[in-house]
Design a protein around this ligand. Structure first.
Ligand SMILES: [Fe+2]
Length: 210
């Protein structure tokens, strides 16, 4: 048996989708409750969906679950209906959903040092959908970008995704090393959702190709 994966991610491990078509109101991310959780730089996270509906940034494996079947964190998701709607619009099973707040990177080299692969599939069962992640960029940071490499030391494979407001992209973030280089002086915010690969996610991608 093998995991179900998306054809569209096979070649490069990521796909850029159409920008978000709608209003992104800073009140939806600025009013959330954030937890101190470091991942890929100086970060905080607002937990929108977790394994148990609590403000818990830890992996679903702590609860014996694959990164699927996310439970909305009520007091945060009440304040961010657009993010709930966006996540549900994919039609796929979702796990972790959060807003990342990333403070300024010192420089590009620091971002490279922060590159990592996500642990998305520790408990994904054989034969079921491989978990990948989608990003929805909230702040307008066109000079900031996600750095992607097949492996951290494989410089030739480097790709950049620029972080204009509303940018949407899907990444097999357990396959690709990644980190964001953010030179802006204000924090950069984005929604990150874990999704199960399968026919639902495949048709969401097909409907949202640029
Ligand atoms: Fe990551």
């Amino acid at each position: 048996m093998a995991f179900k994966k998306l054809q569209v991610l096979e070649e490069k491990g990521y796909v850029q989708l159409k920008p978000f078509d709608g209003e992104l109101d800073p009140a939806e991310w600025e009013s959330l409750e954030y937890v101190d959780w470091k991942s890929g730089g100086d970060t905080n996270f607002a937990i929108l969906a977790s394994a148990n509906g609590e403000h818990d940034a830890r992996g679903f494996w702590e609860y014996g679950k694959p990164d699927k079947g996310g439970v909305w964190v009520n007091d945060n998701i009440e304040k961010s209906p657009t993010f709930k709607k966006w996540t549900e619009s994919a039609g796929a099973d979702f796990g972790r959903v959060r807003v990342i707040k990333l403070n300024t990177s010192a420089d590009y080299d620091e971002a490279v040092r922060n590159m990592h692969k996500d642990d998305n599939n520790r408990l994904t069962e054989d034969g079921t959908g491989w978990v990948v992640r989608a990003w929805l960029q909230l702040t307008d940071d066109p000079d900031s970008y996600m750095i992607l490499r097949e492996n951290k030391d494989d410089v030739d494979s480097e790709q950049h995704i620029h972080l204009n407001k509303g940018a949407v992209f899907l990444v097999d973030s357990e396959r690709l090393d990644h980190a964001v280089y953010h030179p802006g002086k204000d924090p950069r915010y984005a929604v990150i959702a874990s999704f199960e690969s399968g026919p639902e996610l495949e048709s969401w991608v097909a409907d949202n190709l640029p």
